[in-house]
Design a protein around this ligand. Structure first.
Ligand code: NAP
Length: 313
């Protein structure tokens, strides 16, 4: 029979890894399950300027996450890679079934995060990896000295656009309104960047090309005017990066815990609607999705799991 862990944490982003650290320090037998690489969205973020203490020159999201992983491991949290296909969280022993096996625990912390929203234009799926990307850190170097467009107006779009200016010869932010949502400090930097340009009140309607994406049609949402933007003939391609927010990774839990528009509802102590099941980080309903709030959630969830275990011996 499989080992019954005190706590299984699903997801190894900042919330999951912090939960792992706190659970490990509380001497709970802990398993962190992750289907891909550690870090979630942060692993693909170049610069995190607002995590307290994060002022180390050259530090990236990936290096911060590597240290979080190490720290959780140091306190005894085990780590396994698997894609969980189904869950049964209602009993005293929770069961998670993955492609590689079955995992049992007395408590579960859901920290599965969220994934980027598609841009929503015609032919989008055809050109993902052939012009369209959702990760500047991963794909910026492919567009060295090319033209690049970024869709969105929040912190992610503007920060990633600034990162892309280190590679591309020109970066244009396409935003559906005429003002940015990004924090003022980020906007100030962006407006000073000579390589950064803005296409206001505009959305991407369609992307076009044969093998590679070499044109797109954009629409001015105020006038309805359509404009075709072509790649420079010498380039034959341009980049289009989407940063318009995220969808929660919660399909697995549909019908098991209470949700609101796909995000898991918790109380301030991270309890979901099911006893012994907690949620932490971007997956839950909250007002601010940041590394610092994800970590805080993870710490609270682990401490509440410990409390639950001591009350259900
Ligand atoms: P966000 O703040 O939700 O911004 C999404 C942006 O995309 C908005 O400007 C929105 O336009 C636009 N948008 C949404 N749907 C769209 C659509 N269908 N078509 C075109 N545009 C669309 O998302 P985010 O920038 O990914 O940030 C998520 C959270 O992470 C935020 O809390 C943010 O502060 C945080 N974050 C922080 C940092 C940092 O501080 N270093 C970095 C990244 C993210 P409207 O403005 O018109 O709604």
């Amino acid at each position: 029979m499989s080992k019954i862990y005190d706590v299984i944490i699903l997801g190894a982003g900042p919330a999951g890894l912090t939960a792992g650290l706190y659970a490990g320090r509380a001497r709970l037998s802990t398993l962190i399950l992750e289907k891909g690489q550690d870090g979630g969205q942060i692993a693909i973020t170049d610069e995190i300027e607002n995590y307290p203490g994060q002022i180390v020159e050259g530090e990236s999201g990936a290096s911060l996450i590597a240290r979080m992983t190490e720290q959780a491991k140091k306190f005894g949290a085990e780590r396994a890679s698997d894609v969980i296909k189904s869950v049964d969280l209602s009993g005293e022993v929770k069961k998670l079934t993955g492609a590689q096996g079955e995992y049992l625990a007395k408590t579960v912390i859901i920290a599965t995060g969220a994934f980027p929203k598609p841009i929503g234009c015609k032919n989008e799926s055809k050109f993902i990896g052939k012009g369209i990307s959702f990760c500047a850190t991963c794909d910026a170097s492919f567009f060295e000295d090319f033209e690049v467009y970024v869709v969105g107006g929040g912190d992610s779009a503007v920060e990633e656009a600034m990162y892309l200016t280190k590679f591309a010869r020109k970066v244009t932010i396409i935003h559906r309104r005429n003002e940015l949502r990004a924090a003022k400090s980020i906007q100030e930097k962006a407006f000073q960047n000579p390589k950064l340009h803005f296409l206001w009140d505009t959305v991407v309607e369609e992307v076009c090309g044969d093998e590679l994406m070499d044109a797109m049609v954009v629409k001015n949402v105020k006038t309805g005017e359509l404009t075709r933007i072509e790649a420079d003939p010498d380039d034959g391609i341009f980049g289009l990066f989407g940063f318009i927010g995220y969808n929660p990774n919660s399909q697995l839990f549909e019908g098991t815990v209470e949700m609101d528009r796909g995000y898991i509802v918790t109380d301030p102590d991270m309890h979901t609607s099911l006893p012994g099941v907690f949620a932490a980080g971007d997956i839950r309903v909250k007002s601010l999705r940041q590394v610092v709030t994800a970590c805080a959630d993870g710490a609270i969830a682990a401490m509440q799991a410990e409390k639950y275990l001591s009350e259900h011996k």
